[in-house]
Ligand binder design. Structure first.
Ligand code: IMP
Length: 173
């Protein structure tokens, strides 16, 4: 499938470091728990956490909603839940991309029930075109309007995740 460069690795790293500085300054004196939504978040999560200059802890959830297509089925369930106790802790939920918002809203609601001290969201790409539920994004890497993006962890049918830059796929109509 044809693809076009959207965000270069240099721009990704620059933005990741800006987000890391902002989070470190907002959470000075605290030890936030970062929860990544697998699988797409892996590279973003790894780069972000290593750039944040305050102590942190980490865990992951995995929420299945996508099949092999490009639109959310709307049915979401955890295939992996958090394993560390987040009660009374400041938590930052880290996601690769928000499209309809259904996944992030589902994960956020579930984590809220575990009683964290606070719960913020950090998203690499906020894709605005197809939002169905409004969910607050506290730290946003790149807002984009539309398109299906791959690379830097993001896949299409489990392909392209390994690419260091972010591309937009040229879908046939
Ligand atoms: P949502 O529930 O519709 O917000 O979708 C969230 C999930 O859909 C993300 O975690 C991604 O796994 C996937 N997704 C949505 N848009 C894209 C895209 O443009 N590229 C790759 N994955 C996407």
């Amino acid at each position: 499938m044809e693809k076009e460069l959207l965000i270069s690795r240099v721009d990704i790293q620059k933005r990741v470091h800006e987000l890391a500085d902002q989070i470190a300054s907002d959470y000075q004196g605290k030890e936030p728990v970062f929860i990544g939504v697998l699988n797409g978040v892996i590279f973003f999560f790894a780069d972000l956490l290593r750039a944040i200059r305050i102590p942190s802890r980490m865990d992951f959830v995995r929420a299945a909603s996508y099949g092999s297509g490009t639109t959310s089925s709307g049915k979401i369930q955890f295939t992996k839940n958090v394993e560390i106790d987040i009660r009374g802790k400041p938590v930052i939920l880290v996601e690769d991309i928000v499209d309809t918002g259904l996944t992030l809203a589902y994960v956020k609601e579930n984590l809220e029930r575990k009683g964290p001290e606070s719960l913020r969201t950090c998203v690499l790409i906020d894709k605005l075109e197809r939002r169905e539920v409004s969910v607050p994004i506290d730290y946003c890497g790149f807002p984009i309007r539309e398109g299906f993006v791959v690379g830097y962890g993001l896949d299409y049918d489990e392909k392209y995740r390994h690419l260091p830059d972010i591309y937009v796929l040229k879908m046939a109509d």
